[in-house]
Design a protein around this ligand. Structure first.
Ligand SMILES: NC(=O)c1ccc[n+]([C@@H]2O[C@H](COP(=O)([O-])OP(=O)(O)OC[C@H]3O[C@@H](n4cnc5c(N)ncnc54)[C@H](OP(=O)(O)O)[C@@H]3O)[C@@H](O)[C@H]2O)c1
Length: 294
């Protein structure tokens, strides 16, 4: 497929990596369009010959104009986790605008098994997938597993105190590197195959927090013990730390999701798209040590 590939959310972490990986796959600059709410942040990308267009899912008219003449639109899910339906509304705007603009193929970054998930934001993904399927256009859904980089949020404080408070006892997570997820997305979008597909992009192993703590101890030489708490205890400590209620619900639902085994799914989709075994968490924790030790 030699049509253009439009990447929304292009100034975000995943968006930037997808564009980098499309270029690495030999997709030419004139086939890539970067969409962002903040074009000024992508001036250096524009200087390389990549078109940068302003895209805000809150503005359907501007979106339809931006998507005109485009082959594939990759809709990167937004970070609007306000619990008030904003993200789903944004994604629906993106889908209907892409259809109105006459794009040929849709792609979207979702999550594993959104239909049976306990995450507060899973319905956003499920309903966006449904909206995409209902268009009748060829589509590629990337159900992205948990980023290894998410651990950078919990490990610094845990290593400082030596205690990792967790309500996900008994659960496992198949973490994958964000950059390899981007590489897999680029590989799938760069092919000439226009069949509709769902990829579930996960790491090659599902690990418990105890196993992850062991890997972090090995990487850093610091003590770290997992302390199991209930959802209620976790919510109370987050509240005490000043976390807004809506994010407390999100964070507690992630623990419930892990506990239920919903993030332990392992597939070979990531490996087959990138053509090698995904980066193991042990290697990531070694490489990223400086980012999570104080
Ligand atoms: N699988 C996981 O572990 C995991 C973890 C965190 C997040 N996620 C999801 O994956 C997405 C990408 O991850 P990331 O690491 O790249 O997150 P990120 O760096 O926080 O990026 C957030 C993205 O949302 C876009 N966005 C926000 N509001 C928007 C709007 N009104 N219209 C269009 N785009 C909007 C931003 O685009 P611009 O700023 O360029 O407009 C940016 O690409 C996140 O947004 C989230 O849905 C997944």
């Amino acid at each position: 497929m030699s049509d253009t590939i439009f990447v929304t959310g292009a100034s975000g972490q995943l968006g930037q990596l997808v564009i980098k990986q499309l270029l690495a796959r030999g997709v030419t600059h004139n086939r890539i369009i970067a969409g962002t709410r903040s074009p000024e942040r992508l001036a250096s990308l524009a200087a390389t010959g990549i078109q940068v267009r302003k895209v805000d899912f809150e503005n359907p008219q501007g979106l339809t104009d931006a998507f005109k003449g485009v082959g594939t639109v990759l809709i990167i899910s937004t970070d609007a986790l306000d619990g008030a339906g904003t993200r789903l509304k944004q994604h629906r705007n993106a889908v209907s605008s892409a259809v109105a603009a006459g794009v040929k193929r849709l792609a979207y970054t979702s999550m594993p098994n959104p239909g049976s998930s306990l995450l507060t934001f899973a319905p956003d993904h499920l309903e966006t997938e449904r909206a995409i399927k209902a268009t009748g256009l060829p589509h590629v859904i990337f159900r992205n597993g948990w980023y290894q980089e998410n651990l950078l949020r919990s490990l610094p404080a845990a290593l400082k105190s030596g205690h990792w408070y967790s309500a996900s006892e008994g659960g496992r997570t198949s973490y994958a590197a964000r950059e390899e997820i981007a590489e897999a997305i680029a590989a799938a979008l760069a092919t000439s195959n226009s069949d509709s597909r769902i990829y579930t992009l996960t790491g090659s192993e599902a690990l418990s927090n105890e196993e992850i703590a062991r890997l972090a101890r090995q990487a850093t030489g610091k003590p770290l013990a997992v302390v199991h708490v209930t959802d209620e205890q976790l919510a109370a400590s987050l509240k005490e730390a000043g976390v807004p209620d809506v994010f407390i619900s999100v964070l507690v639902s992630i623990e419930a999701e892990v506990r239920a085994g919903n993030l332990s799914i392992v597939t070979d989709h990531l490996a087959s798209l990138i053509g090698r075994s995904p980066k193991r968490l042990a290697d990531y924790l070694q490489e990223a040590k400086a980012s999570y030790t104080g």
